[in-house]
Design a binder for this molecule. Structure first.
Ligand code: CP3
Length: 352
């Protein structure tokens, strides 16, 4: 599908940006950098505008979501904005009773665990994405030549919340379902794939110049289980987005053993967690895939000289890949001093 003519990529506004070119495998004159969770609690201006507003409500107020998306771009001069929302927003818009509990994450009063629970799920009507489309219109107007990244959760990571009812490391209910009722498991993940794909497509059509699929918890599955129970559903998401002319980034934590498989579902760029050095990730992927990552967030709390040496090491290792966008190996921790982030961005740009 062609993008609407006013889309920042179709009109050429973002096509020459460092981010878009690096994602396409170009070695750019200076490295592009953005950070997962660059918006959020590390910023005092975020804490201020979020006062008294529940997390998911803030995602559905277009002016507020636009303001929060722009805050880190204005402050840190990063090379991309990531849309301020959450992986569970499309579930909420499809009618699931999910909330985000402060300091905990997504929680559901009534998890989806039986065939009857599944049968009550409704499809996501693209028309209900209006608050998202509206927010993205405001954002791209302010961004100009800086690209916006749209995103969604991969079916496995989303289903882990839907089925467990909240964050869970061991995933006991999910594992029991995979073993005992694989048909129900597959039906739930196929629904989740359609919902998250609708959410991502809506963001791209509204103005996002790249997309990222977050399978944050995929590393909790071994390779065989990933292939059997998660990958086909992530592939369904990517397949349904293939007609959109934007780069597709795929990311999860502790996914060294899954990198090749996660690439194979239809990604064009791989996000690498902080445990896998970029030169090693590049080797695993056969030297043909642009990479994103992977500064260890722990270094944000170390003396500047140590952080600087680490960032230079990440950049040097990233040189081995066809293209490299600098990022963290997971999100910005809420306790981070925002001035350290600003300085790190300047370092990556060669300004200090
Ligand atoms: O700046 C950005 O990265 C864009 C916005 C964004 C949020 N969530 C906002 C958010 C993105 C891309 C996400 C994705 C997301 N949400 C993932 C995948 C990325 C990852 O971190 O692995 C996951 C697993 C979720 C689910 C989720 N939502 C969790 C685990 C939490 C954290 C709970 C907590 O309070 O620590 C959330 C809430 C959330 N999503 C916050 C933000 C800024 C914090 C809410 C707050 O400020 O109160």
């Amino acid at each position: 599908m062609n993008l609407p003519s006013a889309h920042p990529l179709a009109s050429g506004k973002t096509s020459n940006s460092l981010l878009v070119r690096s994602y396409l495998g170009e070695k750019t004159e200076s490295k592009a950098i953005w950070l997962m969770r660059q918006a959020g609690r590390s910023l005092p201006e975020y804490r201020k505008v979020r006062e008294g507003v529940a997390m998911l409500d803030s995602c559905l107020r277009p002016e507020l979501a636009a303001e929060i998306t722009m805050q880190p771009v204005r402050r840190h001069k990063v090379d991309a904005a990531i849309f301020f929302s959450d992986i569970v927003v499309p579930l909420k818009l499809a009618g699931v009773d999910v909330e985000i509990a402060p300091g905990i994450g997504p929680v559901l009063e009534n998890p989806i665990r039986t065939r009857a629970d599944f049968e009550r799920l409704e499809e996501l009507d693209p028309a209900s994405l209006a608050p998202i489309t509206e927010a993205i219109g405001l954002i791209t107007a302010e961004l100009g030549e800086t690209p916006l990244i749209g995103f969604g959760g991969a079916p496995f990571t989303l289903a882990s919340y839907l089925i467990e009812g909240g964050p869970s490391k061991e995933l006991p209910v999910s594992r029991a379902m995979m073993a005992n009722d694989p048909d129900l498991w597959n039906d739930i993940l196929a629904w989740t794939a359609r919902v998250t794909a609708t959410f991502i497509r809506g963001q791209v059509l509204a103005g996002a110049s790249a997309l990222q699929l977050f399978d944050s918890w995929a590393g909790r599955l071994g390779l065989e289980d990933y292939k059997k129970f998660a990958a086909p559903h992530s592939k369904a998401v990517m397949d349904s987005l293939l007609d959109l002319p934007v780069s597709r980034v795929h990311f999860g934590v502790q996914t060294k053993d899954l990198l090749a498989e996660m690439y194979g579902v239809g990604a064009t760029v791989m996000g690498v967690d902080y445990e896998t050095p970029l030169d090693e990730a590049n080797r695993i992927l056969g030297g043909k895939v642009p990479l994103q990552g992977n500064i260890n967030p722990d270094f944000l709390f170390k003396p500047w000289a140590e952080l600087e040496a680490h960032v230079r090491d990440v950049i040097a290792r990233g040189e081995s890949a066809p293209g490299h966008v600098v990022n963290l190996g997971h999100g910005v921790p809420p306790e981070t001093d925002p001035d350290v982030i600003t300085k790190m961005v300047a370092l990556v740009h060669g300004d200090i």
